[in-house]
Design a protein around this ligand. Structure first.
Ligand code: GTP
Ligand code: MG
Length: 299
């Protein structure tokens, strides 16, 4: 009998505390921006699938919110969703920020992975900012936190060792079918991506409490036939009237800038012209109200 080369497929869940670079890796892997990223922690709020199809394998990466100690109901839901995603994993990538060493939050994640019975590969991210000697030392400290298949330094931002990581993950996947068509890069709709791209600019252009307290709701998303134009009306929800004032800015300048930058990103994504109509509304303490969290994050 001749050997038939087998196709492998499955779910690879990215787990780690906030800000280690999970979403940056997802974008690097699929070669397109499907997840928003930012210098502040707790950027990702919901699960997102990103699909990588190779000649011999299909990997469905699951980006998750960072596991942290929550301070409001939204945080509780984020951590619950992240932990829940681990249950469906065929392989887990445990990501750390090599510039920060092992933090108590990383130890919490390591404990969550113990006894899962799922193979775990550790990615020490941001290796572009760490000396090789320090990386080697960190790898042995991290290696003692659990029973891992491998500990691999990478740079999601620069792309270093990402191909090696990918091949390692393929080797750990079970045989299986190609679940998605090869051209499909994410399970998220254009509306979801637009919503996130607006939120990304709101995060990047604000400071202190504000980046974390904005939720974006798409109210209308309509193609204008014959005009090569998509009309998008969105509301940015904040928790207090003082935040609303800050987000709008003097003479509306900040909101206008958020709209200008987000529109550019959405146009690149949709490959169409976009008219972006942004509004700001106070939804008092929405991060502690289950019904508002459900309204803004129904997925
Ligand atoms: N120097 C360096 N910075 C990186 C690298 N990967 C990610 N970053 C930066 O780290 C920050 C956090 O990246 P994200 O991808 O948003 O991190 P995350 O783990 O998804 O964060 P949460 O969604 O909050 O859990 C951003 O400012 C990235 O640009 C890397 O390889 N090197
Ligand atoms: Mg993220």
């Amino acid at each position: 009998m001749t050997a038939v080369s087998s196709f492998r497929s499955g779910f690879v869940v990215l787990a780690g505390r906030p800000n280690v670079g999970k979403s940056t890796l997802v974008n690097r892997l699929v070669g397109q921006k499907v997840a928003i990223t930012a210098a502040v922690p707790q950027t990702t709020r919901t699960r997102l699938q990103a699909i990588v199809t190779l000649p011999h394998a299909q990997l469905i990466f699951v980006d998750t919110p960072g596991i942290h100690h929550p301070r409001h109901r939204l945080g509780e839901k984020m951590v619950r969703d992240a932990r829940h995603a681990l249950l469906d994993a065929d392989v887990i990538v445990f990501m750390l920020d090599a510039t920060a060493g092992v933090t108590p939050e990383d130890e919490t994640v390591a404990r969550a992975l113990k006894g899962a019975g799922t193979p775990v590969v550790v990615a020490l991210n941001k290796m572009d900012r760490v000396e090789p000697m320090a990386l080697t030392a960190l790898a042995s400290v991290v290696g003692a936190l659990g029973n891992f298949q491998a500990v691999l330094p990478i740079s999601a931002a620069a792309g270093t060792n990402v191909d090696r990581l990918l091949e390692m993950l393929v080797g750990l996947l079970p045989e299986g079918p190609q679940y998605f068509p090869p051209e499909m890069l994410t399970d998220q709709s254009e509306q979801f991506l637009a919503r996130e791209l607006i939120r990304e600019q709101a995060i990047k252009l604000t400071r202190e409490e504000l980046p974390h307290s904005v939720a974006v709701e798409i109210e209308e998303f309509a193609d204008r036939p014959g005009k090569d134009l998509t009309y998008i009306r969105a509301t940015l929800h904040v928790e207090r009237d003082s935040h609303k004032k800050m987000l709008i800015g003097r003479e509306g300048r900040l909101l206008k800038e958020i709209g200008r930058l987000a529109r550019r990103e959405i146009e690149a994504l949709l490959e169409r012209r976009v008219y972006l109509d942004l509004w700001v509304k106070t939804s008092k303490d929405w991060r502690d109200k289950d019904e508002l969290i459900r309204a803004f994050y129904p997925e």
